[in-house]
Design a protein around this ligand. Sequence first.
Ligand SMILES: *[C@@H]1O[C@H](CO)[C@@H](O)[C@H](O)[C@H]1NC(C)=O
Ligand SMILES: *[C@@H]1O[C@H](CO)[C@@H](O)[C@H](O)[C@H]1NC(C)=O
Ligand SMILES: *[C@@H]1O[C@H](CO)[C@@H](O)[C@H](O)[C@H]1NC(C)=O
Ligand SMILES: *[C@@H]1O[C@H](CO)[C@@H](O)[C@H](O)[C@H]1NC(C)=O
Ligand SMILES: *[C@@H]1O[C@H](CO)[C@@H](O)[C@H](O)[C@H]1NC(C)=O
Ligand SMILES: *[C@@H]1O[C@H](CO)[C@@H](O)[C@H](O)[C@H]1NC(C)=O
Length: 575
Amino acid sequence: MRLHQPLQWILLFFFLLASSFDPLATSLASDDAQLPKVPCESPNYSSFPFCNTSLPVAVRARNLVSLLTLPEKIQQLSNTAGAVPRLGLPTFEWWSESLHGIAVNGPGVAFNGSVRAATEFPQVILTAAAFNRTLWRAVARAIAVEARAMYNVGQAGLTYWAPNINIFRDPRWGRGQETPGEDPLVASEYAVEYVKGLQGEYDNGEAGSSSMMLSACCKHYTAYDLDRWGNYTRYIFDAQVTQQDMEDTYQPPFESCIKEGHASCLMCAYNQVNGVPACARGDLLEKARKEWGFDGYVTSDCDAVAIIYEDQQYSSSPEDSIASVLKAVKLGKVQEEDIDRALLNLFSVQLRLGVFDGDHAKNRFGHLGPSNLCTQEHRELALEAVRQGIVLLKNDKGLLPLRKHEVSSVAIIGPAASYTSVYGGDYTGSPCNPTSFLEGLRSYVPRTTFAAGCMDMPCETTVGFEEAIDIAKDADIVVMVAGLNLTEETEDLDRHSLLLPGKQMDLVRSIASVSKKPLILVLIGGGPIDVSFAKEDPLVASILWIGYPGEVGGQALAEALFGDLNPGHLIDHCS
Ligand SMILES: *[C@@H]1O[C@H](CO)[C@@H](O)[C@H](O)[C@H]1NC(C)=O
Ligand SMILES: *[C@@H]1O[C@H](CO)[C@@H](O)[C@H](O)[C@H]1NC(C)=O
Ligand SMILES: *[C@@H]1O[C@H](CO)[C@@H](O)[C@H](O)[C@H]1NC(C)=O
Ligand SMILES: *[C@@H]1O[C@H](CO)[C@@H](O)[C@H](O)[C@H]1NC(C)=O
Ligand SMILES: *[C@@H]1O[C@H](CO)[C@@H](O)[C@H](O)[C@H]1NC(C)=O
Ligand SMILES: *[C@@H]1O[C@H](CO)[C@@H](O)[C@H](O)[C@H]1NC(C)=O
């Protein structure tokens, strides 16, 4: 008996089954501490064809598959691929994250060795607002350098699950911040630059080629922009998409990511697309391979395949869930050739990355190490991304730029003004040297005072208002930092209102009306915020959107307020 079509399709590809295979993993994988990091450097394995770099990658991958037993094969189908000691293969962690810098969301990254920090670039929605392909490519390249450097000291993987190129259609979406926005063209161009920057020159797997710097992953395929809203979750949500919207809106970023960017990974989404789980949409996956020339590996979003069975109740029996692949193979429900096909894709990516080669890979990227992280060059690039992305939304009577010699004191208000962990948005790691808005302003105006105003970003009470109003009264200029953080918008959490959270709006209004000082409203966050009240309020002189600016936020904001960069350039050009 064969599985019904959609599940059959899933099995042609690679999925995450980490938990399902734990028992096997413990029985088969032994401690690989004694294994060489690169098997082909050891005379024990170097004569195997998979070690012969004069052969095409496809031939080497086929050789590897042919050497494995079925249990060993199944072990490779998890994000933490098991070691195969008799062939010198070490464990391989497929899951690392690098959305806007090396992030700790996946098990592949740890800041616990000689590398303690990595550059935290601005969240993607801000960098995207620069509309600058050169910048996008440069940021991805810098991330790749830091990632390879961390890989070389055993603190990160080589396969990264970024970029997130879903269309930010629903403004409530908690992960919209991770994307280049709602425009299919911008998202497509961003995808191409990110992938090229991360992967380096395109390596088509011909003989002698193992030159891919890292592997990037176009995610999440497709029509995903809901996480958790009311009773809806991404695990069961069924996105209803017309054929036209599919072609015009949702597919272009993925098509570009693969066709032009040559991404080596595609991740299918949790949600259903027109009634079928995205990971079971064989037609969509086939389109990627056949029409777009996709030659990498497919991964599901974490546990998406298990969810198909458990939450979406799409499969009819536990046997139909691939949680028991081995049993399924025995029962003839899964063909070993399907597993082999998935393995060929996986090994091909590893071979293109030079994972098994040793010297060859070392020659290209082996020189990178801890000194290539947190460099001045990368910090400057992060600053450049904020400078180019920041947007001036209002500037009555030319209040901005402020003139340093005319401002003797500034009051900065808002919990985020001094709390740098808000600045990264989601998918962050360990920033090198984060500077707060407060610190940034103090470097321009030593007499800068601070009050949180609200206890926290949700701002549910007026506790703190009085102190904020007091410092505002005593200053020449008031900077009010309002907006969102991950308590409002993130993975697994969509927004319910587009207004400022809690009593933030009341705080802005109270300060503006009571202090009678020129007020600059700085908006932090990834999702759109309805600030009509401030746009119309003459007491709010200027409004500046700063997205999630990453670790250089403090310096960038101060530069923008004091005219060392001109965030109005876009407005000037367009008016
Ligand atoms: C190579 O094989 C020898 C003999 O079986 C063994 O003692 C040694 O540990 C192996 N070396 C590696 C790096 O696997
Ligand atoms: C590697 O492959 C090439 C091309 O087939 C072959 O000529 C060469 O002998 C192989 N090298 C080894 C060490 O097997
Ligand atoms: C760092 O963390 C990783 C993953 O948690 C762990 O495997 C590794 O042993 C740790 N290394 C050190 C030096 O603590
Ligand atoms: C785009 O970004 C690059 C890199 O930061 C910069 O050199 C270039 O001037 C930018 N282009 C424009 C039009 O701003
Ligand atoms: C959500 O689910 C709860 C419990 O099942 C139900 O009472 C409520 O009406 C649902 N809300 C919506 C908006 O569907
Ligand atoms: C949001 O910001 C507040 C500071 O106001 C902080 O206490 C809280 O931990 C942040 N939440 C998250 C999830 O980052």
